[in-house]
Design a protein around this ligand. Structure first.
Ligand code: MG
Length: 388
């Protein structure tokens, strides 16, 4: 369905033609929405997707979901919401520089972590285990379930009725190509460049901010980082740009240098890839033999060393592991209890359970919880003397 929109003499589709690179995704080439809708007088397809995501319940819940530093006390470290906002603004910067569709990139970035359950990757592993033999659990698939089925804000359709391209970006991010939520998107070829940008921005954002948070929480020290060449190079960069670097601003300045360096490297390497692979149109992106938005080999190698350090020293730190296991145990116990006693589910979920699978319904209910709500629910169900 061709998509037209103009308001006050400004035709956005023409503006895209004037501003976007030939390999960018244009609104007029969208496959549109599953349930056709009337146009909005001045918001085009992808800005409406963005607005729907931001107004969704799942998006607000990102505020009380953590990814690595599960259940850590303190108000200064990232939550999934602030991580998502960081990924979004980094993605937009990159998209704009490359002449890609910034509106689409923004919507993909805002959605990219919607499907994460409470307690980060530990929670994901626990739910996957609970659902073994019943389709498993994976956050990208769950993100698609949220926006296609579970959100119930619109009278005319289930979910948020997002554009095909935003859904496809989430689907192609999943390794479970045979999952029912993903299968219809897998024959498209390579992901759109807008989706590739979000993927790269996600990775560079969490590598940088996990170091920042781990330092702030005292999980690692600046001394520990002296064995990480990537960090040391960022320190050199920061020092070369600042004649005076007081201790109070040191950490933030180096983290900023780390992000800036990675973004610049990504832009340079991606431009080289687009040139080498002779990418002149969207079809060339789809047919390309490889992912095109990527860091240079040298940055990639240093990034892998940094990730190895993060895995060993942060993600497997006793404090992190204890919280992760506690979260997993809570989810497993909640899962078993609610499967055995579906009458304890909220009414809306009891109806879903009767109409479909009980296990999937319980899994959907648990995956939607924030860390905080899951802990409260655990206490309500298992702790005597906890008010219901
Ligand atoms: Mg992310």
């Amino acid at each position: 369905m061709p998509y037209e929109s103009s308001f006050a003499g400004c035709n956005y589709l023409e503006r895209e033609d004037a501003l976007l690179a030939p390999y960018a995704m244009r609104t007029r080439h969208s496959k549109g929405r599953r349930y056709p809708e009337a146009e909005h007088p001045y918001r085009t397809l992808y800005p409406r997707d963005r607005d729907r995501i931001v107004h969704s319940t799942a998006f607000r819940r990102l505020m009380h979901k953590t990814q690595v530093l599960v259940g850590q006390p303190g108000d200064h470290h990232r939550t999934r919401l602030t991580h998502t906002l960081e990924v979004t603004q980094i993605s937009r910067t990159i998209a704009r520089q490359l002449g890609l569709n910034e509106d689409l990139t923004e919507a993909i970035a805002l959605m990219h972590d919607l499907g994460h359950p409470p307690f980060g990757h530990a929670g994901e592993a626990a739910l996957d285990e609970c659902m073994r033999g019943h389709g498993g659990f994976e956050h990208n698939c769950h993100g698609l379930r949220i926006v296609e089925e579970l959100e119930y804000r619109y009278a005319e359709f289930p979910g948020l009725n997002l554009s095909y391209e935003v859904l496809e970006a989430q689907a192609l991010h999943s390794k479970r190509r045979d999952a029912p939520e993903v299968a219809r998107f897998v024959n498209a070829g390579q992901p759109l460049l807008e989706a590739q940008v979000v993927d790269a921005a996600d990775s560079l954002a969490y590598d940088s901010h996990d170091i920042d948070d781990a330092l702030s929480l005292g999980v690692i020290t600046l001394d520990d980082l002296s064995q990480v060449p990537f960090w040391l190079r960022a320190v050199e960069r920061a020092r070369s740009q600042h004649a005076r670097l007081p201790a109070l601003q040191f950490q933030a300045t180096v983290v900023r240098a780390l992000i800036d360096w990675q973004v610049t490297d990504l832009l340079e390497q991606t431009s080289r890839c687009l040139e080498q692979e002779k990418i002149r149109a969207l079809e060339d992106v789809r047919r390309a033999a490889r992912i095109l938005v990527t860091p240079s080999n040298s940055v990639q190698t240093q990034k892998e060393e940094l990730e190895k350090f993060l895995h060993e020293r942060v993600y497997r730190h006793p404090r992190i592991t204890r919280m992760a296991h506690k979260g997993q145990r809570m989810l497993r116990l909640l899962f078993d209890e609610l499967c055995a006693h579906p009458e304890k589910l909220p009414q809306r979920y009891q109806e879903r359970a009767r109409a479909s699978s009980l296990k999937r319904t319980v899994c959907d209910y648990l995956a939607g919880m924030t860390d905080r709500f899951a802990q409260d629910e655990y206490l309500r169900l298992f702790q005597p003397n906890t008010p219901l």
